[in-house]
Design a protein around this ligand. Structure first.
Ligand code: GDP
Ligand code: MG
Length: 429
């Protein structure tokens, strides 16, 4: 299992002060092995490891991430990159879209055609399905049934129908029934075979699609590289659809197909059902390959830092800011968890009060009883000033002491958070 192997390799780096080149080499060798085990093609794995190694060795040792976290982050970022970076969708013109689906038999073309029709119909498009398998009537019937279920018409070719005839029938159909997205389901073979490639190439040349989508079964592993390469060379592919990601596929096929064609993976099939189609998210597959848990925690850490980090630098943060933040939070309505967004505030409130309006009001009263100079610089709060504030706010000197102490602690905490925030540059490349 790729996830487990990778984690084991990375765990070896845990608890060490810095990454040595030898450490890294060892880990990278194991990452390459893990990728191979996950059916990633050898060349792909080699190229991937080389990229990661280059990045990791050139990297300064960061103060706030452990070396293991650093390597993990690089591996994650590179994997995401290799899978395409961001989620992308095929470009849709206002009209005249024709998508040509190709792939091996059983890869999920017909199912994907139905899913795409449903998906785009729900987005307000008017799809038309074309069952263009000229060999198997059963394959055409399968699409006809799917079309009925999603409420999209299906144009069926006849046995051995020449592509010119199909193109003409399509043109005639569109004259009376306006459609802005034509999805063509084609024949497949269990293996790459020359006659099929030739037939598909001819069909494509005549139909002149705006997109040619290669449907790849995520479970195929090693085979995906050769299949993708051949389809791309012979037919010319503009994008990929990865099916059966709901299975225990390890992602190797996606890496290979993407790597060898350089084409974007637009969609992921996530169930047999017609709803089982999603945009493909490279970062999610990378997370899956790495094992969700760890990377998720790491990313959450970074997200928390983003939430909690103050706008101002820590030395500028004063009691006025605290007051403003508290008021903002209160404006948002429900308290509770929102309070946690202000560092230290929940600790600042006396324990006998649960987090409620009254406790808030006391802290507010204390700060409001301070002079602007005191709010800017609480260090000047000597004993007599504190007594004055206690009287003015209707609280006690102890409460004020507690507030100031917590405020100082909060500032210290913010300094740490700022460091964390600095390391965020790491996740955003
Ligand atoms: P085609 O020969 O390329 O047209 O493949 P089909 O569309 O007939 O699909 C082959 C099998 O894979 C069928 O049993 C489908 O239900 C199944 N299938 C297709 N896509 C998915 C998917 O994303 N997830 C799952 N679990 N099964 C799928
Ligand atoms: Mg089919």
């Amino acid at each position: 299992n790729l996830s487990r192997r990778l984690r084991e390799s990375l765990d070896k780096l845990r608890g060490r002060g810095r990454i040595t080149e030898a450490d890294l080499k060892q880990v990278m060798r194991e990452i390459r092995m893990s990728l191979l085990e996950a059916d990633v093609n050898f060349e792909v794995a080699k190229a991937f490891v080389a990229r990661v190694q280059e990045k990791a060795i050139g990297q300064k040792v960061l103060e706030s991430l452990t070396p293991a976290e650093q390597v993990y982050t690089i591996v994650y970022n590179e994997l995401t990159d290799l899978l395409g970076g961001k989620a992308v969708q095929p470009e849709l013109r206002h009209e005249g879209n024709l998508w040509f689906l190709v792939g091996l038999q059983g890869s999920g073309k017909t199912t994907t055609a139905g899913k795409l029709a449903r998906y785009y119909k729900s987005k307000g498009r008017r799809p038309l399905l074309v069952a263009a398998d000229t060999q198997r009537p059963a394959a055409r019937e399968q699409l006809r049934i799917l079309g009925e279920r999603v409420g999209v018409p299906v144009l069926e070719v006849a046995d051995n129908e020449p592509p010119e005839v199909t193109a003409q029938r399509l043109k005639d159909h569109l004259k009376t029934d306006y459609r802005d997205l034509v999805i063509v389901d084609t024949a497949g073979r269990l293996q790459i075979d020359e006659p099929l490639m030739e037939a598909l190439a001819r069909q494509k040349a005549v139909l002149n699609p705006t997109e040619t989508l290669l449907v790849v079964d995520a479970m195929t592993g090693q085979e995906a590289l050769g299949v993708s390469k051949t389809f791309d060379e012979r037919i010319g592919v503009t994008g990929l659809v990865l099916t059966k990601l709901d299975g225990d596929a390890r992602g190797g096929a996606a890496l290979s197909a993407r790597f060898v064609t350089g084409k974007p993976i637009y969609f992921a099939g996530t169930s047999e059902k017609l709803e089982g189609l999603e945009p493909f998210y490279p970062d999610r597959l990378a997370q899956r390959i790495l094992g969700m848990g760890d990377i998720q925690t790491l990313l959450e850490k970074a997200q928390e830092a983003e939430l909690e980090a103050p706008e101002k630098a820590p030395h500028e943060f004063d009691l006025n800011d605290l007051l403003n933040q508290m008021r903002q939070v209160r404006k948002m309505g429900s308290l509770g968890d929102l309070l946690k967004m202000i560092p230290g505030v929940s600790r600042m409130l006396p324990p006998e009060f649960s987090v409620d309006e009254r406790a808030f009001k006391r802290v507010e009263a204390i700060i409001l009883s301070m002079t602007p100079a005191e709010r800017r610089n609480p260090k000047i709060l000597n004993a007599s000033r504190r007594r004055r504030i206690a009287r003015g706010s209707g609280t006690s000197v102890q409460e004020i002491n507690r507030l100031i102490k917590t405020f100082e602690e909060t500032k210290a905490m913010m300094k740490t958070l700022q460091k964390t925030q600095r390391r965020r540059g790491w996740f955003r490349r």
